[in-house]
Design a protein around this ligand. Structure first.
Ligand code: NAP
Length: 278
Protein backbone atom coordinates (compact mmCIF):
# COMPACT_ATOMS: atom_id res chain seq x y z
CA UNK A 1 0.00 0.00 0.00
CA UNK A 2 2.75 2.39 1.04
CA UNK A 3 4.72 1.44 -2.06
CA UNK A 4 1.77 2.09 -4.37
CA UNK A 5 0.97 5.41 -2.68
CA UNK A 6 4.57 6.45 -3.11
CA UNK A 7 4.58 5.38 -6.75
CA UNK A 8 1.32 7.25 -7.30
CA UNK A 9 2.66 10.36 -5.61
CA UNK A 10 5.80 10.18 -7.73
CA UNK A 11 3.69 9.72 -10.84
CA UNK A 12 5.35 6.32 -11.47
CA UNK A 13 2.35 4.07 -10.87
CA UNK A 14 1.26 2.53 -14.17
CA UNK A 15 -2.14 1.40 -15.38
CA UNK A 16 -1.54 -1.84 -17.28
CA UNK A 17 -3.93 -3.79 -19.52
CA UNK A 18 -2.67 -7.38 -19.78
CA UNK A 19 -4.28 -10.20 -21.75
CA UNK A 20 -3.90 -13.78 -20.52
CA UNK A 21 -3.33 -12.96 -16.84
CA UNK A 22 -4.66 -16.27 -15.49
CA UNK A 23 -1.62 -18.47 -16.11
CA UNK A 24 2.07 -18.71 -16.99
CA UNK A 25 3.81 -15.59 -18.28
CA UNK A 26 0.73 -13.37 -17.87
CA UNK A 27 0.05 -14.41 -14.28
CA UNK A 28 3.71 -14.02 -13.30
CA UNK A 29 3.79 -10.59 -14.98
CA UNK A 30 0.62 -9.47 -13.20
CA UNK A 31 2.07 -10.53 -9.84
CA UNK A 32 5.41 -8.80 -10.37
CA UNK A 33 3.70 -5.62 -11.62
CA UNK A 34 1.35 -5.54 -8.61
CA UNK A 35 4.31 -6.22 -6.32
CA UNK A 36 5.87 -3.03 -7.72
CA UNK A 37 2.69 -1.09 -6.94
CA UNK A 38 1.18 -0.92 -10.43
CA UNK A 39 -2.53 -1.45 -11.20
CA UNK A 40 -3.34 -4.33 -13.55
CA UNK A 41 -6.46 -4.92 -15.64
CA UNK A 42 -5.93 -8.58 -16.52
CA UNK A 43 -7.97 -10.83 -18.80
CA UNK A 44 -8.94 -14.49 -19.05
CA UNK A 45 -11.83 -16.38 -20.60
CA UNK A 46 -13.05 -17.38 -17.16
CA UNK A 47 -12.52 -14.66 -14.52
CA UNK A 48 -12.57 -17.32 -11.77
CA UNK A 49 -9.05 -18.20 -12.92
CA UNK A 50 -7.80 -14.65 -12.30
CA UNK A 51 -6.16 -13.37 -9.09
CA UNK A 52 -8.55 -11.82 -6.57
CA UNK A 53 -6.49 -9.14 -4.88
CA UNK A 54 -5.88 -5.47 -4.41
CA UNK A 55 -4.46 -3.69 -7.50
CA UNK A 56 -5.91 -6.39 -9.81
CA UNK A 57 -9.01 -5.74 -11.91
CA UNK A 58 -10.39 -8.92 -13.49
CA UNK A 59 -11.61 -8.68 -17.08
CA UNK A 60 -13.40 -11.44 -18.98
CA UNK A 61 -12.23 -11.78 -22.58
CA UNK A 62 -12.18 -14.57 -25.13
CA UNK A 63 -9.96 -13.52 -28.02
CA UNK A 64 -11.92 -15.80 -30.35
CA UNK A 65 -14.96 -13.51 -30.00
CA UNK A 66 -13.81 -10.65 -32.20
CA UNK A 67 -17.06 -8.73 -31.73
CA UNK A 68 -16.50 -8.38 -27.97
CA UNK A 69 -12.91 -7.08 -27.99
CA UNK A 70 -13.73 -3.36 -28.47
CA UNK A 71 -16.41 -3.33 -25.76
CA UNK A 72 -14.27 -5.20 -23.23
CA UNK A 73 -11.22 -2.99 -23.79
CA UNK A 74 -13.21 0.27 -23.71
CA UNK A 75 -15.03 -0.74 -20.49
CA UNK A 76 -11.69 -1.44 -18.81
CA UNK A 77 -10.33 1.85 -20.17
CA UNK A 78 -13.27 3.80 -18.72
CA UNK A 79 -12.59 2.19 -15.34
CA UNK A 80 -8.84 2.82 -15.51
CA UNK A 81 -9.06 6.36 -16.95
CA UNK A 82 -6.04 5.64 -19.13
CA UNK A 83 -3.55 2.86 -19.83
CA UNK A 84 0.19 3.50 -19.70
CA UNK A 85 1.02 -0.04 -20.82
CA UNK A 86 -0.92 -2.58 -22.89
CA UNK A 87 0.46 -6.12 -23.07
CA UNK A 88 -0.80 -8.57 -25.70
CA UNK A 89 0.19 -11.80 -23.99
CA UNK A 90 -2.72 -14.27 -24.25
CA UNK A 91 -2.19 -17.08 -26.70
CA UNK A 92 -2.32 -20.78 -27.36
CA UNK A 93 -0.90 -23.19 -29.91
CA UNK A 94 -2.17 -25.97 -32.15
CA UNK A 95 -0.12 -29.09 -32.87
CA UNK A 96 -0.58 -30.92 -36.15
CA UNK A 97 1.05 -31.42 -39.56
CA UNK A 98 0.72 -28.32 -41.77
CA UNK A 99 -0.26 -30.53 -44.72
CA UNK A 100 -3.39 -31.67 -42.90
CA UNK A 101 -4.49 -28.53 -41.02
CA UNK A 102 -8.02 -27.43 -41.79
CA UNK A 103 -8.72 -23.82 -42.75
CA UNK A 104 -10.77 -23.44 -39.57
CA UNK A 105 -7.86 -24.65 -37.38
CA UNK A 106 -5.58 -22.13 -39.11
CA UNK A 107 -8.18 -19.35 -38.86
CA UNK A 108 -8.61 -20.06 -35.14
CA UNK A 109 -4.86 -19.69 -34.59
CA UNK A 110 -4.78 -16.45 -36.57
CA UNK A 111 -7.77 -15.07 -34.66
CA UNK A 112 -6.08 -15.70 -31.29
CA UNK A 113 -2.51 -14.86 -32.28
CA UNK A 114 -2.93 -12.10 -34.84
CA UNK A 115 -6.38 -10.55 -35.48
CA UNK A 116 -7.33 -10.16 -31.81
CA UNK A 117 -3.99 -8.69 -30.64
CA UNK A 118 -3.85 -6.46 -33.74
CA UNK A 119 -7.25 -5.02 -32.77
CA UNK A 120 -6.06 -4.55 -29.18
CA UNK A 121 -3.02 -2.64 -30.53
CA UNK A 122 -5.32 -0.32 -32.50
CA UNK A 123 -7.54 0.27 -29.46
CA UNK A 124 -4.52 0.85 -27.24
CA UNK A 125 -3.04 3.35 -29.69
CA UNK A 126 -6.21 5.34 -29.99
CA UNK A 127 -6.51 5.40 -26.17
CA UNK A 128 -2.87 6.56 -25.85
CA UNK A 129 -3.09 9.24 -28.56
CA UNK A 130 -4.53 12.04 -26.37
CA UNK A 131 -1.54 11.76 -23.99
CA UNK A 132 0.81 10.85 -26.89
CA UNK A 133 2.65 8.46 -24.60
CA UNK A 134 2.42 4.78 -23.75
CA UNK A 135 3.95 1.36 -24.27
CA UNK A 136 2.49 -1.62 -26.14
CA UNK A 137 4.23 -4.95 -25.60
CA UNK A 138 3.36 -7.77 -27.97
CA UNK A 139 4.38 -11.20 -26.74
CA UNK A 140 5.22 -13.06 -29.94
CA UNK A 141 7.67 -15.97 -29.82
CA UNK A 142 11.13 -17.04 -30.84
CA UNK A 143 9.15 -19.56 -32.94
CA UNK A 144 8.75 -16.60 -35.32
CA UNK A 145 12.44 -17.13 -36.22
CA UNK A 146 12.85 -20.80 -35.22
CA UNK A 147 9.65 -22.49 -36.40
CA UNK A 148 8.54 -25.41 -34.24
CA UNK A 149 7.69 -28.37 -36.50
CA UNK A 150 4.00 -29.32 -36.62
CA UNK A 151 3.04 -25.92 -35.21
CA UNK A 152 3.03 -24.10 -38.57
CA UNK A 153 -0.12 -22.06 -37.92
CA UNK A 154 1.22 -21.00 -34.51
CA UNK A 155 4.62 -20.03 -35.99
CA UNK A 156 2.88 -18.12 -38.79
CA UNK A 157 0.48 -16.31 -36.43
CA UNK A 158 3.38 -15.18 -34.24
CA UNK A 159 5.42 -14.15 -37.29
CA UNK A 160 2.45 -12.09 -38.50
CA UNK A 161 2.22 -10.26 -35.17
CA UNK A 162 6.00 -9.68 -35.18
CA UNK A 163 5.82 -8.20 -38.71
CA UNK A 164 2.80 -6.06 -37.76
CA UNK A 165 4.71 -4.75 -34.73
CA UNK A 166 7.76 -3.87 -36.80
CA UNK A 167 5.61 -2.14 -39.41
CA UNK A 168 4.06 0.02 -36.70
CA UNK A 169 7.45 0.78 -35.16
CA UNK A 170 8.36 2.33 -38.51
CA UNK A 171 5.01 4.12 -38.90
CA UNK A 172 5.14 5.54 -35.37
CA UNK A 173 8.68 6.86 -35.67
CA UNK A 174 7.62 10.41 -34.72
CA UNK A 175 5.46 9.31 -31.80
CA UNK A 176 6.32 8.87 -28.12
CA UNK A 177 4.10 5.77 -28.08
CA UNK A 178 6.39 2.74 -28.27
CA UNK A 179 5.88 -0.85 -29.32
CA UNK A 180 8.00 -3.82 -28.29
CA UNK A 181 8.11 -7.27 -29.85
CA UNK A 182 8.84 -9.53 -26.87
CA UNK A 183 9.95 -12.96 -28.04
CA UNK A 184 10.14 -15.64 -25.35
CA UNK A 185 12.11 -18.82 -26.02
CA UNK A 186 10.89 -21.97 -24.20
CA UNK A 187 9.38 -20.98 -20.86
CA UNK A 188 8.03 -23.55 -18.41
CA UNK A 189 4.28 -22.77 -18.20
CA UNK A 190 0.95 -24.47 -18.75
CA UNK A 191 1.23 -23.74 -22.50
CA UNK A 192 1.68 -27.34 -23.71
CA UNK A 193 -1.20 -28.65 -21.59
CA UNK A 194 -3.53 -26.26 -23.41
CA UNK A 195 -2.38 -27.29 -26.92
CA UNK A 196 -5.04 -29.13 -28.94
CA UNK A 197 -3.54 -31.82 -31.15
CA UNK A 198 -4.66 -33.06 -34.55
CA UNK A 199 -5.12 -36.80 -34.65
CA UNK A 200 -2.75 -38.14 -37.31
CA UNK A 201 -2.67 -41.79 -38.19
CA UNK A 202 -0.15 -43.15 -40.67
CA UNK A 203 2.01 -40.64 -42.53
CA UNK A 204 2.89 -38.33 -39.64
CA UNK A 205 2.13 -40.38 -36.51
CA UNK A 206 5.72 -41.37 -35.65
CA UNK A 207 7.24 -37.99 -36.46
CA UNK A 208 4.61 -36.00 -34.57
CA UNK A 209 4.88 -38.23 -31.49
CA UNK A 210 8.68 -37.91 -31.51
CA UNK A 211 8.57 -34.13 -32.01
CA UNK A 212 5.99 -33.63 -29.25
CA UNK A 213 8.28 -35.53 -26.86
CA UNK A 214 11.11 -33.10 -27.64
CA UNK A 215 8.82 -30.07 -27.29
CA UNK A 216 7.56 -31.36 -23.92
CA UNK A 217 11.09 -32.03 -22.66
CA UNK A 218 12.29 -28.59 -23.75
CA UNK A 219 9.40 -26.84 -21.99
CA UNK A 220 9.85 -28.83 -18.76
CA UNK A 221 13.56 -27.96 -18.64
CA UNK A 222 13.01 -24.29 -19.54
CA UNK A 223 13.24 -21.31 -17.16
CA UNK A 224 10.03 -20.29 -15.35
CA UNK A 225 7.74 -17.40 -16.33
CA UNK A 226 9.21 -15.04 -13.71
CA UNK A 227 12.16 -14.50 -16.04
CA UNK A 228 9.80 -12.93 -18.60
CA UNK A 229 7.87 -11.02 -15.93
CA UNK A 230 11.05 -9.42 -14.59
CA UNK A 231 12.04 -8.42 -18.12
CA UNK A 232 8.64 -6.82 -18.71
CA UNK A 233 9.08 -4.69 -15.59
CA UNK A 234 12.54 -3.58 -16.77
CA UNK A 235 11.13 -2.67 -20.19
CA UNK A 236 8.38 -0.61 -18.59
CA UNK A 237 10.94 1.28 -16.51
CA UNK A 238 13.27 2.05 -19.44
CA UNK A 239 13.03 5.40 -21.20
CA UNK A 240 14.03 3.90 -24.53
CA UNK A 241 13.46 0.11 -24.50
CA UNK A 242 14.75 -2.11 -27.30
CA UNK A 243 12.16 -2.67 -30.06
CA UNK A 244 12.69 -6.45 -30.09
CA UNK A 245 13.64 -8.46 -27.03
CA UNK A 246 14.28 -12.20 -26.58
CA UNK A 247 13.93 -13.91 -23.20
CA UNK A 248 14.85 -17.45 -22.23
CA UNK A 249 17.85 -19.70 -21.62
CA UNK A 250 21.20 -18.34 -22.77
CA UNK A 251 21.42 -20.92 -25.56
CA UNK A 252 17.93 -20.40 -26.99
CA UNK A 253 17.58 -16.66 -26.49
CA UNK A 254 21.12 -15.46 -27.17
CA UNK A 255 23.45 -17.99 -28.81
CA UNK A 256 21.04 -19.64 -31.28
CA UNK A 257 19.69 -16.32 -32.71
CA UNK A 258 23.24 -15.02 -33.09
CA UNK A 259 24.40 -18.14 -34.95
CA UNK A 260 21.21 -18.31 -37.03
CA UNK A 261 21.58 -14.72 -38.19
CA UNK A 262 24.68 -15.56 -40.24
CA UNK A 263 23.56 -18.92 -41.67
CA UNK A 264 22.11 -19.43 -45.16
CA UNK A 265 18.50 -20.66 -45.13
CA UNK A 266 19.50 -24.20 -46.20
CA UNK A 267 21.69 -24.54 -43.10
CA UNK A 268 19.01 -23.10 -40.82
CA UNK A 269 16.55 -25.74 -42.01
CA UNK A 270 19.19 -28.44 -41.58
CA UNK A 271 19.86 -27.22 -38.03
CA UNK A 272 16.18 -27.29 -37.10
CA UNK A 273 15.76 -30.79 -38.56
CA UNK A 274 18.73 -32.01 -36.49
CA UNK A 275 17.37 -30.28 -33.35
CA UNK A 276 13.99 -32.00 -33.73
CA UNK A 277 15.49 -35.23 -35.19
CA UNK A 278 13.42 -34.98 -38.38
N1 NAP B 1 5.63 -20.91 -22.78
C1 NAP B 1 6.42 -20.73 -23.82
O1 NAP B 1 7.39 -21.50 -24.04
C2 NAP B 1 6.19 -19.59 -24.77
C3 NAP B 1 7.21 -19.30 -25.70
C4 NAP B 1 7.02 -18.25 -26.60
C5 NAP B 1 5.86 -17.50 -26.56
N2 NAP B 1 4.89 -17.80 -25.64
C6 NAP B 1 3.67 -16.97 -25.64
O2 NAP B 1 3.49 -16.42 -24.37
C7 NAP B 1 2.10 -16.15 -24.17
C8 NAP B 1 1.67 -16.71 -22.83
O3 NAP B 1 1.79 -18.13 -22.87
P1 NAP B 1 2.10 -19.03 -21.58
O4 NAP B 1 3.30 -19.82 -21.90
O5 NAP B 1 2.08 -18.20 -20.37
O6 NAP B 1 0.86 -20.05 -21.65
P2 NAP B 1 -0.32 -20.37 -20.61
O7 NAP B 1 0.24 -20.65 -19.27
O8 NAP B 1 -1.11 -21.46 -21.28
O9 NAP B 1 -1.16 -19.03 -20.57
C9 NAP B 1 -1.91 -18.61 -21.69
C10 NAP B 1 -2.80 -17.44 -21.31
O10 NAP B 1 -3.52 -17.04 -22.48
C11 NAP B 1 -4.91 -17.07 -22.21
N3 NAP B 1 -5.67 -17.51 -23.39
C12 NAP B 1 -5.47 -18.62 -24.13
N4 NAP B 1 -6.36 -18.70 -25.12
C13 NAP B 1 -7.16 -17.61 -25.00
C14 NAP B 1 -8.27 -17.12 -25.72
N5 NAP B 1 -8.81 -17.77 -26.76
N6 NAP B 1 -8.85 -15.96 -25.32
C15 NAP B 1 -8.36 -15.28 -24.26
N7 NAP B 1 -7.31 -15.70 -23.53
C16 NAP B 1 -6.72 -16.86 -23.90
C17 NAP B 1 -5.09 -18.05 -21.06
O11 NAP B 1 -6.26 -17.69 -20.33
P3 NAP B 1 -7.51 -18.68 -20.04
O12 NAP B 1 -7.13 -20.04 -20.59
O13 NAP B 1 -7.65 -18.66 -18.55
O14 NAP B 1 -8.62 -18.01 -20.76
C18 NAP B 1 -3.82 -17.80 -20.25
O15 NAP B 1 -4.00 -16.73 -19.36
C19 NAP B 1 1.38 -16.78 -25.37
O16 NAP B 1 1.08 -15.79 -26.32
C20 NAP B 1 2.41 -17.75 -25.92
O17 NAP B 1 2.21 -18.00 -27.28
C21 NAP B 1 5.03 -18.83 -24.75
Amino acid sequence: MVASQTLEQLGLMKHVFLTGASSGIGLATARVLMGCGHEVWGTARDPVRLPQQEHFHPVQLDLRNSSEIDGVFLRALRQAGHFDVVINNAGSGHFGAAELLSISEMADQFQILFFAPARVIQLALSAMRPRETGLIINVTSLAERFPVPFMAAYNAGKAALAAFTMSMQVELAQSRIRLIDLQPADICTNFNNAVPKSNHDGLYSVKTAQTWEIIERNLKNAPGPNLVAQRVVKLIEQASPAPRVTVGSAFQARMAPLIFRFLPQRLRIWGLRKYYRL
